[in-house]
Design a protein around this ligand. Structure first.
Ligand SMILES: NC(=O)c1ccc[n+]([C@@H]2O[C@H](COP(=O)([O-])OP(=O)(O)OC[C@H]3O[C@@H](n4cnc5c(N)ncnc54)[C@H](OP(=O)(O)O)[C@@H]3O)[C@@H](O)[C@H]2O)c1
Length: 238
């Protein structure tokens, strides 16, 4: 049985790979990333992928099939908030089409392309979960502050796409869970530019967040499929 981490080179990807290796002793852990990973965990299998788009994902599926493993679960951290050309918008005037499209592509389209690619690998009885890291700011009901248009909207779209997929998969894979998890503000490159405003006790280490996420994964049941979960396991509103 294999658990695959997509986006394994990021702050949470590295720590989740380690935590999954520790907590799922009997499973093969496969870490997939667009970049080579130096901080390796003993016993984990590392693979690079060109990007999280249809063709490279199909090639990855072929490679996975050659291993002869059953896919137990997937944890995807793939997502972005900023890069050299993109910064979260404070107001409508900051919006531009290219950045809005980029955020939708990375935060909503890529995770669903990963799920689509993995679907043929799912065993009706043995495959257990598809987990995508999402964000509480993607909750429409919980949006009191505004701003961060692209990030919020792309994570809200992600949540809807995951919920929709959970309904489809429930019909064929009764015990399979598709869920989104909010990791909490974690000290990674993604949160670096925004950490000054975060109280010290609300900025979590990647190791702590990874342990919490793995605990949530371990506690999920079929009834939880389609949900958005806080790192403490509580369900968040959409
Ligand atoms: N850190 C936080 O405070 C926080 C809070 C709430 C939600 N989250 C969510 O948690 C997840 C992981 O965050 P993180 O803090 O670990 O961020 P990170 O260190 O930036 O890692 C994000 C991962 O996403 C992939 N990625 C980023 N930009 C991409 C692009 N343009 N194209 C394709 N893949 C791309 C990368 O995968 P490769 O390994 O392939 O390079 C990277 O490992 C994200 O979905 C984020 O939205 C984080």
């Amino acid at each position: 049985m294999a658990i695959v981490v997509f986006g394994a080179a990021g702050g949470l990807g590295l720590s989740l790979t380690k935590a999954l290796k520790q907590k799922f002793n009997d499973s093969t852990i496969i870490a997939v990333s667009r970049q080579p990973i130096n901080q390796r965990v003993a016993g984990v299998h590392y693979t690079t992928i060109e990007d999280y788009t249809a063709e490279p994902l199909e090639q990855w599926v072929t490679e996975f099939n050659q291993r002869g493993e059953v896919l137990e679960g997937v944890v995807s951290t793939v997502g972005m908030l900023h890069d050299d050309d993109t910064f979260p918008e404070k107001q409508l005037d900051d919006l531009n089409e290219a950045n809005l499209s980029k955020l939708f592509s990375v935060n909503a389209v890529m995770p669903l392309m990963i799920l689509k690619a993995c679907k043929p690998l799912l065993d009706k009885k043995k495959s257990r979960f598809f987990i995508q890291l999402s964000a509480k700011v993607g909750s429409i009901e919980d949006n009191y502050l505004g701003g961060w248009y692209s990030y919020r909207a792309s994570k809200a779209a992600l949540n809807m796409l995951l919920k929709t997929a959970s309904i489809e998969l429930k019909r064929s894979h009764k015990s399979f869970v598709v869920a989104a998890i909010h990791p909490g503000t974690t000290d990674t490159d993604l949160s670096k530019p925004f950490q000054k405003r975060v109280p010290e006790d609300k900025l979590y280490s990647p190791e702590l967040s990874a342990d919490r996420i793995v605990k949530v994964i371990q506690g999920l049941t079929a009834e939880d499929s389609g949900g958005l979960f806080h790192w403490d396991g509580k369900r968040l509103p959409y």
